[in-house]
Ligand binder design. Structure first.
Ligand SMILES: [Zn+2]
Length: 138
């Protein structure tokens, strides 16, 4: 058995099974293949399955969404870099000193391991983890 994706003149796609490709040709010649939507016999083999084209479109849209998210994150990263002090790996210590030593209230950013972040949160220090997009990628 062979499954063909058929396209009708009305624009709809449907699937049909044939025992051989010759059977398909013969049925087509005798106008014995009817569109399941409009009964037209003007159908032909479709090179692209409808569900395949949907998938292609979806992955294209996903890529577009991912690109948009990345753009937003990059904007956010630039904002943070402009308005906050980079303390790098000293982030946990600096966050603590800001928390316990109230006179220093500047905003900082830097790196912390998930364990360090968890410790800070347990101490009641407000930290947020943000995805940090790589500028070099496009
Ligand atoms: Zn049709």
């Amino acid at each position: 058995m062979i499954k063909y994706n058929l396209k009708c003149e009305c624009g709809n796609f449907f699937e049909s099974w044939f025992s051989t490709s010759q059977e398909y040709e013969q049925l087509l010649k005798k106008n014995l293949i009817n569109c399941i939507y409009c009964q037209s016999t003007k159908v032909c083999k479709s090179v692209m399955a409808p569900n395949l084209s949907n998938k292609t479109k979806k992955s294209y849209e996903n890529k577009k969404i991912q690109k948009n998210i990345k753009k937003k994150l990059l904007e956010f990263r630039r904002y943070v870099e402009k308005n906050c002090k980079d303390v790098g790996d000293r982030f946990p210590q600096e966050a603590r000193s800001i928390h316990y030593d109230k006179k220093n209230s500047s905003s900082i950013y830097g790196k912390a391991t998930p364990e360090e972040t968890q410790e800070l949160l347990e101490e009641g220090i407000e930290v947020s983890t943000i995805p940090w997009p790589d500028k070099s990628e496009n």
